[in-house]
Design a protein around this ligand. Structure first.
Ligand SMILES: NC(=O)c1ccc[n+]([C@@H]2O[C@H](COP(=O)([O-])OP(=O)(O)OC[C@H]3O[C@@H](n4cnc5c(N)ncnc54)[C@H](O)[C@@H]3O)[C@@H](O)[C@H]2O)c1
Length: 354
């Protein structure tokens, strides 16, 4: 028991239930001392499902005051990432905070500075950096397989996927934005990772809030996070469609994203255009390589392990060794800066230089 990393999980909602608790159940080097949620039943449900959970609490400060706790998982909605993470770091805990870092770049930087000041690990839940396809593409690019990747195009478009309409997901002050910060964060972060840390130069972006501008008139088949929706009295002031173009010192990047659109297709992919080879990555799945010399299509054979388990194992290892890894906040700030600048460009309707 002594050699295990003692953790507290703050926020026992969907990502906790679907990703992190199942991962912890496969890790024999962690002790889950606390499951915490403002809604006690949610934390209690986790204890019932995972008897290894030792205590159920509703006030996360109880876990922060416990000297035995080494690290906390911040799995709350975006608006609470900053406060809970800062409190945890100041209490001397290592932190894993779900993506996006927080609602804007200025606060993200403060979180990074606090982690540095406290000498603690702060990792962000950019789980795709641990997806086997992303790892392989990053390596293939490093080895020169694609030649010069001059452009990356990505699409994260769905027919009807606005989450929790009227709730915190669609309220900019609480979420930081819509489809760009919720989905685009994953796509743009993994692109920067595969490119090997491109330096941002300038960009332009347009954001739209069209599909549910009259929330009561929005037609949908089913809604993710419907329990947080407030269609009658809530707010929807975020992007449901986003389009942008980014220049970097490496490839340029263009993208279109839709939480909702009147095109009945879900198109989630990233195209890497190299002068030797190109690749299309189906988001969350596998990739194909198109060889410019042989005109062949190559479909590599491989298994895809659970990326959440890989990221959680990597976090605990980082806590134990003190070595910063690929999802340390230091390596994610650039994509947070990018999101911020894209939103600024959309708001000002002009190009932004970085
Ligand atoms: N990495 C991924 O692929 C991925 C996927 C989904 C969600 N997320 C991120 O995970 C976070 C949570 O999303 P979700 O869908 O699980 O939300 P959710 O609403 O299902 O769960 C969040 C939980 O946090 C609790 N909570 C809020 N404030 C709290 C506080 N101060 N103390 C304790 N509990 C508190 C809420 O009661 C709720 O149960 C978001 O930031 C989201 O962007 C990441």
């Amino acid at each position: 028991m002594e050699n295990k990393t003692v953790i507290a999980v703050i926020g026992c909602g969907r990502i906790a239930q679907n990703a992190h608790f199942p991962a912890f159940a496969q890790m024999d080097n962690v002790r889950i001392k606390y499951a915490c949620d403002l809604i006690e039943e949610k934390a209690q449900k986790m204890k019932e499902k995972y008897p290894a959970v030792e205590n159920v609490i509703t006030d996360y400060k109880v876990a922060l005051a416990d000297p035995e706790v080494d690290a906390v998982y911040v799995l709350t909605p975006n608006y609470a990432h900053y406060t809970v993470t800062m409190d945890a770091l100041k209490a001397g805990k290592h932190v894993f905070c779900e993506k996006p870092i927080t609602v804007n770049y200025a606060l993200s930087k403060e979180m990074a500075e606090e982690a540095e000041k406290q000498g603690k690990i702060l990792n962000i839940g950019v789980c795709n950096r641990y997806h086997k396809s992303v790892e392989m593409l990053e390596q293939l690019n490093r080895e020169g397989k694609f030649g010069n990747i001059y452009h990356v195009y990505c699409s994260f478009r769905s027919f009807r996927s606005i989450p929790g309409l009227g709730g915190d997901f669609t309220t900019k002050s609480q979420s930081g934005g819509g489809v760009l910060i919720d989905w685009g964060v994953h796509f743009l972060d993994l692109i920067l990772y595969i490119l090997g840390g491109a330096k941002l130069k300038n960009l332009t972006c347009d954001a739209y809030c069209e599909m549910a501008k009259d929330m009561k008139a929005y037609k949908y088949e089913n809604m993710w996070a419907e329990d947080t929706a407030d269609i009658e009295n809530g707010t929807n002031d975020v992007d449901d469609f986003i389009s942008g173009h980014i220049r970097t010192d490496k490839a340029s990047i263009s993208f279109n994203g839709a939480w909702a659109q009147n095109i009945k297709k879900n198109e989630m992919f990233i195209d890497f255009l190299g002068d030797k080879c190109g690749a299309r990555l189906t988001y969350g799945g596998k990739f194909e390589i198109y060889d410019g010399a042989t005109l062949e299509t190559i479909q590599p054979e491989y298994d895809i392990p659970d990326m959440y388990l890989c990221e959680d194992r990597a976090f605990v290892e980082s806590v134990n060794t003190g070595e910063k890894n690929r999802s340390n906040i230091e390596n994610i700030l650039e994509s947070a800066k990018l999101l911020d600048a894209l939103y600024q460009s959309a708001e000002k309707k002009q190009e932004i230089a970085l």
